[in-house]
Unconditional design. Sequence first.
Lengths: 321, 234
Amino acid sequence: MEAFISSTLFFLTNDPDEETIQLKTMELFAPLPQLFTSGITFGAIYALVGLGFVTIAKASQMINFAQGEFVMLGGMLTFFLFKEIQLPYLLSAFLTIPLVMLIGCLLHLLVIYPLRKASLPILLMATLGASLFLSSASALLFGTLPKALPPFINRPPIDIGPISISLQSLWVVGATCLVLLFLYLLSHRTLLGKAMEASSTDPLGADLSGISRHLMIFIAFGVSAGMGSLAGIFITPIFYVSYHSGTLIGLKGFIAAILGGWGKHSGAILGGFVLGVVESLSVAFMPSGYKDAIAFVVLLLILYLKPKGILGSPFIDSRRW
Amino acid sequence: MLKIKKLTVHYGPLPALKEISLEIARGESVALLGPNRAGKTTLLLTLSGILETTEGRIIFQEEDITNLTPHQIVSKGLIHIPQGRHIFPTLSVYDNLQLGAYTRKKEKEGIKKNLEEVFLLFPRLMERTGQRAGTLSGGEQQMLAIGRAMMGKPKLLMLDEPSLGLAPRFIEEIFACLKKMNQKGLTLLMVEQEIPLTLSIAHRGYLLRNGRLIKEGSSSLLLESKEIKELINL
């Protein structure tokens, strides 16, 4: 970025046709504040999804690739309850959360628990399979057409100088803060949260201390499904939801969690915002079709250069790299 | 207190324990000795429900506990301190101790009293309550592992090589503690390589080799036996 600016400045001082260049750079930089703001909204979503990954990783060191489907189901079920069954909007949203949590718990009972003696790669494939199952099932049940929900409060966006912020974005950021607070209290203030962390960092020690590890993972699946559904409910008014939208958002959340430091709540939050902003700003310099590729380039770079993530991961042993 | 009847355990297709029968009475301190790979650790892991039994019964306090889950066994008062301590490195000393009492987390008063007892036994842990357990020294970690097990109110405590990797003065300190705990009525089952030291605080011992019990007897008798002498000189 810095190099880019200095090279532009170099051109500015040397080129005889100063004014046109200046206009061009103005054009280039003008959308940046707006892109930055929308990057923050994206970032909040990625952070929310990333937190879902971290919650399960904290209880079992497992990667749940069905996390994105919880987001999809959050939007899908709210749409179904609201438009098809015609419940009030707020009630549909509130009903969706326990429903998706139930699906998360069932996922553990039907897929993860029977495989409790299998190794991690097998569990990983099982969650991938569950993810495909959930998205295909929702295509069959709810149809393949994308669905959109109305915003929570129908007001025009707020304008601050050149930036316009939609109210829904504020809701999304607010929801992320709320979930973060909840997770902080769960993992630092309750014995249950500590037992969950214990069963992840030392499974044998947890077993021998009388902590039922399977119960901890079961609870983690419920909690992270709830968080995923919350993300789905909050973003569907901004983006549409369709049966396959869980895959990409799940992967982006996963990248966010890795980027910030795998297994840390603060890491997922930071990683989410960094990823959201980088992705969004890239639109100014690159064709917007490359936007999704940027996330994966970021993932590769972090894995090459700093595999423990920005804040350092408690689960990844640096000596191995 | 603990009765094992013809216990057989397999690791995959390989038998690790063959028809083991032993008995431990209340208040006893029993040593389980044997060369490496004799099956000592396997026996403890089976007793605490981590490994499944192929055949045989485990009776603890007149109750059949064969193939119960680990947390069910812990809540009955049969607690195992594994080899390598397995404390929770990312959590504080205080949290580690609290998690030791996880199966009886509703007895707030009992836990508080228990915590005081542990601090009385290991004053060093009290100085470090807020510290992350992973930053403790080896000896302190072993104290924490014992303290955590004590928080679960054990009736029978199983220890797997508590002296492993510790400085001599820590080993002495820990064995003095174990002796004190045994005198207060706690039943002990110890797996150890420090044979003379272990037999000095144990009433009886069993010798295990290739998954079979080959000898049993009082500590003084075992110390004189040919097999144990061989084992010590190994």
